[in-house]
Each structure stands twice: as C-alpha cells, then as structure tokens.
Design a binder for this molecule. Sequence first.
Ligand code: NAD
Length: 292
Amino acid sequence: PLPRVAWIGLGVMGSPMAENLLRAGYPVTGYTLEQHKLDRLAEHGGTPARSVAEAARHADVVVTMLPADADVESVAHGPAGILANARPGALLIDMSTVAPRTATALAAAGAGHGLRVLDAPVSGGESGAVEGSLSVMAGGPPEVFAAARPLFEVLGGTVVHCGPNGAGQTVKAANQLIVAAGLQACAEAVVLLERSGVDLDAALDVLNGGLAGSAVLTRKRHNFLGRDFTPGFRIDLHHKDMGIVTDAAREAGVALPLGALMARLVAEARDRGDGGLDHSALLRGVERTAAP
Ligand code: NAD
C-alpha cells in the first residue's frame, strides 16, 4: 500500500498538491487553519484532521507547506507538534520555502525524535502545483530522498536531489533571486514597450522566441498585460524569500548587487500596500516612476 500522508498547510500550493496525491491513490490526512480548505480536502477524498498532532500521529510521511520559517517551527516543535507526535521512522518533508539554516536545524531536531527529514521546496507556482509539474529541489540524505522520490514524482515534473539538508533551500533561494530579477526586467520591458507605442503582443512573441524568452515572460504575460495581480505568489512571500536570499548571501560571503536591489524593490512594493498582490505587481512600481 502507498504510504499514509499527513499534509500540514493547505494553501494556494498545498491544496492542489495534496489533491494530486489523493488522485494518485495516497491516503491523505490534512490540517490547515481555514475550514473551507479542510472541506475542500474532504471533497477530494482526503481526511480533515482537527490538529497537527492528530494529522501526524498515524502518518508514514508528514509534509509541511506553510508560509514561513516561524510557521514551520511552530508546527514542528512543542507537545502538540509534529516531532512529538509523528511515529519514529516517519519521513518529515518540509516543502515550504524557508532559510537553509531552518532546514538544517529541523533535520537535526527531527533526527533527535527518530524522524528522517528532507527539505524540498518547489518552484512552478500555483499552475505547477495544479498540473503536478513543479520543480522539486530536495536536500537530505540520498537514501531518504530515494524513499520520498515516488511522492515527489506525483507533485513535480523536475525532481532533483541537490545535496545534504539545507541544499534544497539554498537552490530555492537562488530560484527566488532569478525570478525576482526576471519579473522586474520583464515589467520594465513591458512598460517601456507600451509607453513607446509598440504592439505589445507582437513584441512579447518575438522576445519569447529569442534569448530573452523565459518562464517569467510566458507565465506572467497575462498578469502584466491585463494588470491582473491576483495571487499566485504574493509579494509578501517574495519579500520573505528576499530576506532568505540576503541571509544566504551573507553566510556565503557573496555580494549580490542585483539581489540587494530586488530586496529593496520588493520591500517597497510591500510598503506601498501591494503585499497581498501577485509578485508580477512589481510592474506597478515601474509605472509609478514613469512619466504620466
Ligand atoms: P498560503 O498562504 O496560500 O498557504 C499557507 C497555508 O498554511 C494556509 O492554508 C494556512 O492555513 C496554513 N497554515 C499557516 N499556519 C499554520 C499552522 N500553524 N498550522 C496549520 N496550517 C497553517 O501559501 P502558499 O502560497 O501555499 O505558499 C506556501 C509555501 O510555498 C511558502 O513558503 C511559499 O513561499 C512557497 N511557494 C509558494 C508558491 C506560490 O506560487 N504560491 C510557489 C512556490 C513556493
């Protein structure tokens, strides 16, 4: 039989990911803060739990897909947490985007409770989660990764073991640096093209056929053109991620001039009140500074 999965965090990403596991035949028990997300899990054949502990208790695999470091730490630790309630030998996979340091600390704490731990953040957005085509970047012991691989293959199209615990999160930090800079570059290009009176559809078609073509340009095209900033991936989350990028760069002793600029621009978007919008709303910052 397939392993029993406890899924903690049924948000934009977690809900469709858990549904893909259900569709693939995995028994999934879920816990999250919003009742309507628990109802949705039940509609897809999953079992809603009333607490983290109840979800984790009988699971072979516990997956967390939560906003930030503090959320992962709060569901992991304490008497009602995953570490105290999962059965020894269970697999704990944190798929949230958190600091590499948080991942290595969780792995050490999990080992103290007899758990095998992986960090496995993802890229590909809500559409990737729905389609099961995410990029899964995993960190942890190779044999633990091998055990989790079949589950990752349900969720993702590109599943890669990046190294020891924390390595998955370091790769995700690099991912978020590239995506932030790419979004900003595309937003600036869109505003430049529009204000210059060039046909935007024609321009983006030809750009996508050349070296400037990118997943950001393809997948965020409708957000840019329609000024549709429904998340998607919220500016608030990218702000958190730029903090992770900044910390990782400091720890590695690397200067990231573009990373520093993007950390500032994302923080400015948040300060403007755009934190709840999709990160393609970086375009609003470009428009603000353009001539009326
Ligand atoms: P989200 O805010 O939509 O969902 C988070 C879920 O966690 C919510 O359902 C919330 O109820 C739940 N939660 C929070 N605290 C909890 C607790 N103490 N106990 C139980 N549940 C709790 O976030 P999201 O967009 O799904 O992102 C989740 C993670 O994935 C983040 O780390 C994000 O950076 C990362 N990520 C997001 C995307 C994206 O496009 N949205 C893409 C890749 C990675």
